[in-house]
Design a protein around this ligand. Structure first.
Ligand code: FAD
Ligand code: NAI
Length: 514
């Protein structure tokens, strides 16, 4: 028996060594392949032009799975990178550096089999009748050519959404938003500016209190995650390096509805509110912000008797996270299409994501209304669905072209054998065409909702077979981290995020202002 055990040990040791060597080999190959892309096929002008607007979750998920050799693909977006938004709240406090969650679109497109054109520009108008997209270079450097037209055969609109302000006075002028990298950078700078200004010589006590009042409007996942990250920053770093701010630093979350995180289950809402209470994050529910000035917000609170009370809350930092609104280019497109009449929140699409009232325009993600929440999960599944659809469309068109040629050949066949042979091929192709046309409509598969709530705790509503499994706490936080790490775009991003997490845990967050 001891002999048998020693033999088994030797074999498992050999197996482990082999697995480690193959793993290392695979990693080296991945890095080599990442850094040395192969030559790409040139676009074929005889093929149809597919224009994709945006480089967010929907569009990039489409481009990932699209066989680019079937089309002349043109990508237009003012952002020449993909942004992994679920980790953006962590960038506001420096838990993660913003570049760790950005993937350059050029690197990604350069790895496609056939080359893809990319223009850093905004689509300013889509002419659905003429099948033209008008684009403008809105970047700082302008050259002779800064606006032009791009004709398309097929168009995919994946331009996302803007921040909703509901026309509330002062919001645009005085708030920070949290949607883009620049927003996270602005918030990080402002937090430090408020802390440093609060400790300026002879600052009055009221002014110190105001400057250290961090107000977040909107108790959806964006507001909750940011409030949690900010309190972590204060507890783990700020109060150690700037002890003078300890008594006055305060995070307040303002929400119009009776509770935060309305899309989560009741027990997770209660768990989040309890955690915030323990962490001294103040939650002001049933409080609707009506006006914003440069130093305070005016909000209407509905008390338990139903009476409305007007309140003034001073702030040093105001982060506005009240959801999504339409982008002007989408609003303009909707106004051109009578079939979009009733739609208010985005482009109404059918079950194949075709924009209602058009034949050759599709929409994905936050700018499309397909009865799902505007999330990354929905956008990426929609993008992947469209990739399958376009790959199949190309195959079907190819078969139809072959069938046309074969019908001509059959008609001009001289012998019976020739005719029979062509007929057999035609039947085979017709069968293949039927199979390829069999793509069902888009069906969203909900994997669950996850949110970080601070103090190394997260909440998760996970779809489990046909039911739901709700969990919150530190184990959920570890699950949250591993789930998002596995979803981060590339091996490079994954490595950078891991390094950032280790760096933050070891040395704390950086409190310099820039
Ligand atoms: P986006 O990803 O916003 O991409 C839109 C793209 O269009 C961008 O590249 C933009 O530059 C480009 N664009 C804009 N205007 C134009 C124009 N005129 N012409 C051409 N291009 C244009 N969802 C989850 O499921 N889980 C999460 O954990 C999660 N966390 C989030 C955290 C934060 C802070 C935020 C803000 C959102 C989060 N979301 C999350 C929501 C998720 O990010 C969005 O639902 C998702 O980004 C939508 O994808 P999209 O492709 O429609 O738009
Ligand atoms: P949201 O729409 O989910 O929540 C906005 C909140 O702001 C609402 O609860 C609303 O009642 C409140 N509000 C609106 N106007 C107000 C006012 N004047 N005063 C006070 N409160 C007001 O918006 P959010 O959080 O920006 O999310 C946008 C989308 O992105 C959602 O679909 C969300 O699910 C998704 N997302 C998902 C995340 C996750 O899964 N972890 C993280 C962040 C966003």
């Amino acid at each position: 028996k001891p002999k048998k055990r020693a033999g088994l040990l030797r074999w498992s040791w050999r197996f482990t060594k082999l697995a480690a060597v193959s793993g290392l080999g695979y990693l080296i190959y991945t890095i080599y392949d990442m850094r040395n892309p192969a030559d790409q096929e040139e676009p074929d002008p005889s093929k149809k032009t597919l224009v994709v607007l945006g480089t967010g979750w929907g569009s990039v998920s489409l481009l990932k799975k699209l066989d680019t050799e079937n089309y002349n693909v043109i990508v237009i977006s003012p952002r020449n990178y993909f942004l992994f938004t679920p980790l953006l709240p962590s960038c506001t406090t420096g838990t993660i550096e913003h570049r760790s969650i950005m993937e350059p679109i050029r690197n990604f497109l350069r790895h496609k089999k056939a080359s893809v054109k990319y223009y850093e520009a905004e689509a300013s108008k889509i002419d659905a009748d003429k099948r033209i997209v008008y684009i403008k270079d809105e970047s700082e450097i302008k050259a002779d050519s800064k606006s032009t037209e791009i004709p398309y055969d097929y168009l995919v609109v994946g331009v996302g959404a803007e921040n909703a302000t509901f026309g509330i006075p002062g919001v645009r002028e005085h708030s920070c938003f949290l949607k883009e990298v620049g927003d996270a950078q602005a918030i990080r700078k402002r937090i430090m500016d408020c802390c440093e200004t609060a400790t300026f010589k002879d600052q009055s006590p009221d002014e110190v209190k105001r400057l250290l009042s961090m107000v977040v409007v909107g108790g959806g996942p964006t507001g909750v995650e940011f409030a949690g990250e900010l309190q972590d920053f204060f507890r783990n770093d700020l109060r150690k390096w700037i002890p003078e701010i300890s008594t006055n630093f305060k995070v307040t979350l303002v929400e119009a509805l009776p509770n935060v995180l309305p899309m989560f289950s009741k027990q997770l809402i209660e768990y989040t509110e309890k955690t915030f209470d323990e962490e001294a994050i103040s939650i002001r529910t049933k409080t609707m912000v009506k006006e914003v000035t440069d130093k305070y917000i005016k909000a209407e609170y509905t008390d338990p008797t139903g009476k409305k009370v007007l309140e003034t809350i001073p702030y040093g930092l105001l982060v506005w996270a009240t959801g999504n609104a339409l982008r002007p280019v989408v609003r303009d497109l909707m106004s051109q299409i009578p079939a979009q009449g009733d739609s208010r929140r985005g482009l109404a699409v059918n079950e194949y994501l075709v924009v209602n009232g058009t034949e050759n325009i599709w929409a994905v993600g936050d700018c499309a209304i397909a009865n799902y929440a505007p999330t990354a999960q929905v956008a990426s599944q929609e993008g992947a669905f469209l990739a399958r659809l376009f790959n199949q469309l190309a195959r079907t068109e190819e078969i139809e072209d072959q069938l046309k040629t074969l019908s001509v050949a059959q008609a001009s066949a001289k012998t019976k054998e020739e005719r029979d042979e062509t007929l057999t091929t035609i039947k085979d192709l017709q069968k293949r065409a039927r199979r390829t046309r069999q793509l069902g409509p888009f069906e969203y598969s909900h994997q669950g909702s996850l949110a970080y709530i601070g103090s190394e705790r997260a909440v998760a509503d996970i779809s489990w077979f046909s039911g739901n499994f709700a969990t919150g706490g530190t184990m959920t936080y570890l699950f949250w981290r591993s789930a998002y790490l596995s979803m981060v775009f590339s091996a490079r991003n994954k490595m950078l995020v891991i390094v950032d997490w280790i760096k933050t845990k070891t040395f704390g967050r950086d409190v310099s202002r820039e």
